[in-house]
Design a protein around this ligand. Structure first.
Ligand code: FEO
Length: 396
């Protein structure tokens, strides 16, 4: 992919990764991704903002073939998908200095062993004059690492936001062409990596409020040339109350837990509460992360294996705990063969979820009429809890 003109002297560079289907060996990428870098050429100096995934370094170097000098490499985020190529860039451009937050400088040394004398720490609000182009560094911690920052190009009103407002989409078009598709991808991305830091996200959004923005140029996905909606959507994801929705990740080995899940789902839906089911044997954990962001209640469906929860259910509980969802209610349902500690083990895995635990429903073997009655009571408790909290239907 060739570099693309965004504004006079401002270019998108980077690599579109159409094939990648997994990030961090954890996060599904159904639409691939891109690693965006940006070139800003002033009359006096030239800066590159971020780099690319190391495997894509050649693509970036080819795009820089007609750039004889780089004065600055702005490293907004030390994670290797944006910083991994910087070492080779420093070899190619021996005059270049890397600019990062103080934490970023330390992390670039830790993660890449970049020579510390080539990296300069910049303070929040520091300005970099390139000649007719002025970059202002804005520290925005925890989007999604502690060292992250954005850069604002005043003359063209462009915010280079790094992972903030990003989406994992591979596309040939520079600007957003399908806002609905990008909105879902951006929500997925937010739910997967930024949701645990919602209070910091809100502060960072407040910090950006009032900044004139003609474009937001993130480091993954397409550039927003009408950025208001993604800022509003991000604020909603960070701050909205939970919805009248139950997220129900489950696994079932021989069908008993599945019968319980299906009964509870029907009981909830009949009472006006939406449910999103995730069969953990085949589930897309990105979709599960989005549901966890929205849900007022989380119910885990877990059969007992070797005296504890099925490992897939334990994985979902661990993930949910890490994402610190907003849910106010939590429960566990499932079938067991002869005994075990499924409830205790799962309950002990979610200390970060500040939710009321509703009476779990376990049954030995196939569910009985008593099991179904207990599931009906659980449905009623969830519906009553949601009503008391004033949870409304999910918006998106
Ligand atoms: Fe896209 Fe946190 O790296």
């Amino acid at each position: 992919m060739q570099k693309k003109l965004m504004a006079p002297g401002v270019y998108w560079l980077g690599a579109v990764d159409w094939d990648r289907r997994l990030f961090d060996d954890l996060v599904p990428l159904p639409d691939g991704t891109s690693y965006n870098a940006y070139l800003v050429q002033g009359t006096d100096k030239t800066a590159l903002l971020d780099a690319v995934e190391p495997a894509m370094t050649d693509t970036l170097l080819a795009q820089l073939a007609d750039v004889p000098r780089l004065d600055y490499i702005i490293s907004q985020h030390a994670e290797q998908d944006h910083s991994g190529a910087i070492g080779l860039l420093l070899e190619r451009y021996p005059e270049a200095r890397v600019m990062a937050t103080a934490k970023g400088k330390a992390m670039l040394h830790d993660l890449l062993r970049l020579p510390e004398d080539r990296v300069e720490a910049v303070a929040d609000g520091d300005r970099l004059e390139l000649g007719g182009k002025t970059l202002t560094f804005l520290h925005l911690p925890w989007v999604h690492w502690p060292e992250t920052m954005a850069s604002y190009l005043a003359e063209d009103r462009i915010l280079f936001s790094c992972d903030f407002f990003g989406s994992h989409i591979a596309a040939s078009e520079l600007f957003v062409t399908d806002p609905c598709r990008v909105r879902e991808a951006a929500k997925r991305y937010f739910a997967e990596i930024m949701a645990p830091f919602r209070p910091m996200i809100e502060k960072n959004l407040d910090k950006l409020a009032g900044l004139p923005m003609a474009m937001i140029a993130p480091s993954h996905g397409q550039v927003y040339d009408k950025p208001d909606w993604i800022v509003a959507a991000t604020r909603q994801w960070a701050t909205a109350a939970p919805a009248n929705l139950v997220a129900l990740p489950f696994v079932s080995m021989h069908g008993s837990t599945r019968r319980m899940v299906e009964h509870l789902t029907a009981a909830l839906v009949a009472r006006g509460t939406a449910v999103e089911l995730f069969n953990l044997a085949v589930a897309d954990v990105g979709k599960l992360a989005m549901a966890l962001l929205d849900a007022g209640t989380i119910v885990v469906g877990a059969p007992t294996v070797l005296a504890g929860p099925h490992p897939l259910a334990a994985h979902a509980a661990f993930l949910a705990n890490a994402l610190r969802p907003k849910a106010k209610f939590l429960s566990i349902i499932g079938s067991y063969g002869w005994g075990g500690r499924t409830v205790e083990v799962l309950a002990g895995m979610v200390p970060n979820i500040k939710a009321e635990v509703l009476e779990p429903v376990l049954c030995k073997g196939l569910p009985t009429p008593e099991t179904y009655a207990a599931l009906d009571r659980l449905a009623e408790a969830i519906v009553a809890g949601h009503a008391a909290q004033g949870f409304a239907a999910r918006v998106d």
